[in-house]
Design a protein. Structure first.
Lengths: 365, 242
């Protein structure tokens, strides 16, 4: 792994993220001020990029494909939605729509405490760790991997979707939850709040990107790659790969959860569609297009695909599935490493493993 | 110190109705290089799989160092006990550099292994031994077949194992590379280390082995020095004569 100080694509993307985060509030009030729509879109894109990083960490660096990461994304989203509704209720006295639909007078008992953000955050962290930990332990212990693991994760997210579609669970059912009016005591929907959430998303993205970069470049990161390349080989060298996989799997789930917590306040609604298998599949598509096994690739892939999607949802929503499918075919047939292959065509400075040998001054074939 | 490094006692491994190993017993001493030969399907690799914890036997046990029962332990625990193995197909981590391999091999699981100068010395020493000192910064995926074989030997050697098992270390190598590997295996022979080599190349076996075990259909057909093996009518019939 190239030293991070010499990893130019990483430094460039990190600088761009931080510059955008600084520009959003600094340009406010000037003629260059970004529209609320644009600022909100940037914030949502950043949340998707965090989600893509979470998948790239386990798929690209550990070789475990999850087609159910929407589960952890939605878990963070649901918990933050509960916080927003409870907090809004405590400040304004507005009873959430879904309670009225159900004819319930009060919040179910398990909503107690959700008006306090630290409690909600703690619940999200504990729940995500428990669900991911239990599922990961059972799967990895039984040495379930590859396509079988991917299928089970897909089934898991589907089961969660069916559960959340039920109206009597107290989480909004098929209508989901919306009507978030207050966050941290401030009204939602104002320019300041939109900018603030977008800046927070960009900063979290920068932090997660830097953190992942540090992790994959460390000794632990070398062991992750070794697990990906030949797990039996590593195990017979004295390493219990179960622990390593479980730790990275839980970390990845937590990052996806954080992405969900950033996304839902900005989109203003959560419903079980976040748990649809399609979304979980799409995350893998972002990563594949950007370049699996390259953190910057995952970020660029998520930003690019979703930016096109945002734009097309106005311009021509009906062509989006064709564009997405076309991109997948292109990646599978022509660019197996996604945009990284384009980079190797010298459109962008090359990065990744091949750089390494050059860095230590070895003769190249 | 006990003289017996590995004691295989009444081992039976079955895959469905196929007896890969059938009530096999053998003892391998410290200080010897033992070759295990036999036709395809004789159970050679399965034997290594059982010793390294990848395959669970139906019956029997494997004792390490004369007393430690390692049957049924995890691969990682067996490796940490001091038994390391090179696989038949060169198994290296394509995305890691040569020196990263040796560092991983020298480590002791997730517990702190050698670090800093001690680790650097060890890496240098191992790379020198396997002849890859000038390749330290290269990615394993870029190495030639022979270099991958040596890299894997270096990786399993880095922890200074008591038992070293090499599954077909010269498969696909040139004559010159085979000669180098033979010299390497002889150089690794020590009074406190047992080396087990599974191989088809009889000339190579003759050069390295102190003693040869011939397996056939999961049982020991013959055990003894190589010249006796070549002279044995049974061995010639099932294996060498083909």
């Amino acid at each position: 792994m190239t030293r991070w100080t010499a990893d130019r694509p990483f430094l460039a993307v990190l600088a761009l993220l931080l510059a955008t985060a600084a520009a959003l509030p600094l340009l406010a009030g000037t003629p260059l001020e970004m529209s609320r729509y644009l600022a909100n879109a940037i914030g949502q894109l950043a949340a998707f990029a965090v989600l893509a990083l979470s998948l790239d960490l386990i798929w690209g660096y550990l070789g475990i494909l999850s087609l159910g990461h929407g589960l952890f994304f939605a878990l963070g989203g649901y918990v933050v939605a509960m916080y927003l509704l409870k907090h809004s209720f405590e400040v304004t006295g507005t009873v959430p729509d879904f309670l009225q639909f159900m004819g319930w007078k009060d919040f179910p008992f398990y909503w107690a405490g959700f008006g306090a953000f630290p409690y909600a955050l703690a619940v999200a962290v504990v729940l995500t760790t428990l669900v991911a930990g239990l599922f990961g332990y059972v799967s990895f212990r039984s040495r379930v991997g590859g396509v079988y693991f991917a299928i089970i994760t897909q089934a898991l997210v589907y089961v969660a979707m069916l559960l959340m579609f039920r109206n009597d669970t107290g989480f909004g059912g098929n209508n989901g939850m919306t009507g978030f009016s207050v966050m941290f005591g401030w009204p939602m929907g104002t320019s300041g709040m939109i900018t603030g959430l977008a800046v927070a998303s960009l900063l979290v993205l920068a932090l997660v990107l830097a953190g992942c970069r540090w992790l994959v470049g460390s000794r632990f990161g070398a062991l992750m790659l070794a697990t990906r390349d030949d797990e039996t080989r590593l195990r017979t060298l004295g390493y219990e790969t179960l622990r390593l996989k479980l730790a990275v799997w839980c970390l990845s789930a937590l990052i996806a959860m954080v992405a969900g917590m950033l996304y839902v306040p900005q989109v203003g609604i959560i419903n079980p569609r976040l748990l649809s298998p399609e979304l979980s599949l799409e995350i893998a598509v972002w990563v594949a297009i950007g370049g699996r096994g390259h953190l910057v690739g995952a970020v660029v892939g998520a930003l690019l695909v979703n930016a096109i999607k945002f734009w097309l949802s106005f311009a021509a929503p009906e062509v989006w599935p064709f564009i997405l499918s076309g991109l997948i075919v292109l990646v599978v047939l022509v660019f197996p490493n996604g945009l990284i292959d384009l980079a190797r065509l010298r459109l962008v400075r090359p990065m990744g493993p091949r750089r390494l040998a050059a860095d230590v001054g070895e003769a190249r074939p | 110190m006990s003289l017996t490094a590995l004691l295989v006692d009444g081992l039976t491994v079955r895959f469905g109705s196929f007896h890969a190993i059938d009530d096999l017993s053998l003892a391998i001493d410290y200080g010897e290089v033992r070759a295990v030969i036999g036709p395809n399907g004789a159970g050679k690799t399965t034997l290594l799989d059982v010793i390294s914890g990848i395959t669970r036997p139906k019956q029997g046990r494997v004792l390490f160092d004369g007393r430690e029962d390692i049957t049924g332990r995890s691969e990682a625990a067996i490796a940490r006990a001091g038994i390391r193995r090179k696989f038949q197909k060169p198994s290296v981590f394509e995305g890691l550099t040569v020196r990263q391999h040796i560092a991983i091999g020298a480590g002791t699981g997730f517990r702190r292994g050698p670090e800093g100068p001690a680790l650097e010395d060890r890496i240098g020493e191992v790379l020198e031994t396997v002849g890859l000192a000038d390749q330290a910064g290269r990615l394993a995926g870029e190495l030639g077949h022979g270099q991958k074989q040596w890299l894997e030997i270096g990786m399993v050697l880095a922890s200074d194992p008591r038992v070293l098992m090499l599954d077909e270390p010269v498969a696909g190598l040139t004559d010159e590379e085979t000669a180098r590997t033979a010299a390497l295996v002889r150089a690794l022979n020590r009074p406190d280390r047992a080396i087990v080599v599974v191989e088809h190349d009889m000339d190579f076996v003759e050069r390295i082995a102190d003693k040869v075990t011939v397996l056939h259909e999961g049982r020991t057909l013959f055990e003894g020095p190589m010249d006796k093996v070549r002279a044995d009518a049974g061995v010639v019939d099932v294996y060498l004569g083909r």
